[in-house]
Design a protein around this ligand. Structure first.
Ligand code: SF4
Ligand code: FES
Length: 371
């Protein structure tokens, strides 16, 4: 592995402020999704930042220049102080976005969130029928609650986005998901193919789409974007392992955003702790701005000095930033390696072949998170 650039060297190249902060308020969650992207080792409720500590983080974020605050989890509605946290963040001028499964929200609570200044709500759906959605989420009655939450959100005047995570078992229903999002009054849908990190790795054969599914989804999204312009915005994360080039994960490491985990550790991305050798600062000991500017983990993969070939001399290095560092670590055993999704990686062929094989495999029963 390359030596990490020293923080001192980066002091001369002060990074611009982050645009977005994702606050993982809690890892508690009533659902048990088989592709959960949270760490395999979850934070305990007793270790979570207190209301006052989170509010201090939001104040520091606003001072640092953050514009968007994503209130996430786990299930953020599991925090009893969600309304108070939202009110404080809105008071600091942050644009507040609640990312939720809907479970734990009531009509009254959504009304309180609207009154507290919540700007936007992102609601996940796991399928377009109660049977499919509740099977994937591992939570009976979840679908009915989501439909109700969408109605309460609209009634409260909060703009709604639907998040649809796609995989082998629901990718053929993308068209119905888009129709459902419109029916629910959403102005935007995020169709994101499962990322094979963490828990999803345990369900590869049940989740990996086939190449035919991926190609059909790509074509549908291109057509639907044009047809629904002005009605519904479609954000799309295509299937990574079937692609030729990697995604610009996090918009580049330490470039545009940061995550704060339930215990206050500040991470360049939600999976950064899977990279051995990095050390992460906590808001309990260090200010957010100090961590953003000089934190060792943030400076480890900023810029392009850390890159090895083929990324170092590649014309796309400021397009995708070499792909995902956590995926490079997981698949190549080296966080400075080219993301194996890239066609120029020596590991690309074996990654693509494994994705083809898992795509064609007969799905087994899900291994649920937390069961
Ligand atoms: Fe991106 Fe690196 Fe592949 Fe170039 S070689 S396309 S920078 S991952
Ligand atoms: Fe960590 Fe992509 S998930 S850089």
């Amino acid at each position: 592995m390359n030596e990490h650039p020293s923080p001192a060297r980066f002091a001369a190249h002060r990074p611009p402020p982050p645009i977005a902060l994702l606050a993982e308020l809690t890892h508690r969650c009533p659902l048990a999704c088989p592709y959960c992207s949270n760490p395999l080792e979850l934070s305990r409720a007793s270790e979570e930042l207190s209301t006052e500590e989170w509010i201090a983080v939001f104040r520091q974020a606003a001072d640092l220049g953050v514009l968007h605050l994503h209130l996430s989890g786990g299930e953020p509605a599991s925090r009893r102080d969600l309304v108070a946290l939202t009110r404080a963040a809105a008071g600091f001028g942050l644009y507040t976005n609640l990312i939720t499964s809907g479970v734990g929200l009531t009509e009254a609570r959504i009304g309180e969130l609207a009154e507290a200044g919540l700007d936007h709500l992102q609601l996940s759906i796991q399928g377009v029928t109660p049977e499919k959605a509740d099977l994937v989420g591992g939570y009976a009655g979840g679908y009915a609650r989501k439909i109700a939450v969408a109605g309460w959100t609209r009634a409260a005047g909060i703009p709604l986005t639907v998040n649809a995570v796609c995989h082998k078992q629901n990718m053929d229903e993308i068209e119905d998901m888009v129709a459902l999002a419109i029916e629910l009054g959403a102005r935007r849908i995020e169709i994101a193919t499962v990322q094979f990190h963490g828990w999803a790795e345990r369900n590869r054969a049940s989740l990996m789409p086939t190449r035919a599914q991926v190609e059909a989804a790509n074509a549908f999204v291109a057509e639907a974007r044009a047809r629904l312009a002005g009605t519904l915005v479609i954000d799309y994360v295509p299937a990574d392992h079937h692609s030729r080039y990697p995604k610009a994960c996090m918009g580049g490491w330490g470039r545009t955003g940061l995550n704060v985990n339930p215990e206050g550790r500040v991470l360049p991305c939600h999976a950064a702790e899977t990279i051995p050798g990095l050390s992460f600062d906590t808001v309990r000991e260090t200010s957010l701005s100090e961590i953003w500017l000089n934190g060792e983990a943030f400076n480890a993969f900023r810029g392009d000095d850390w890159m090895a070939e083929p990324c170092r001399s590649c014309e796309r290095k400021h397009v995708d930033f070499g792909g995902c560092r956590c995926q490079a670590m997981a698949l190549a055993g080296d966080a400075t390696a080219t993301d194996p999704v890239c066609i120029r990686s020596p590991l690309h062929a074996s990654l693509a072949a494994a994705a083809e094989a898992d795509g064609e495999a007969e799905p087994g029963p899900f291994v649920y998170r937390g069961r």
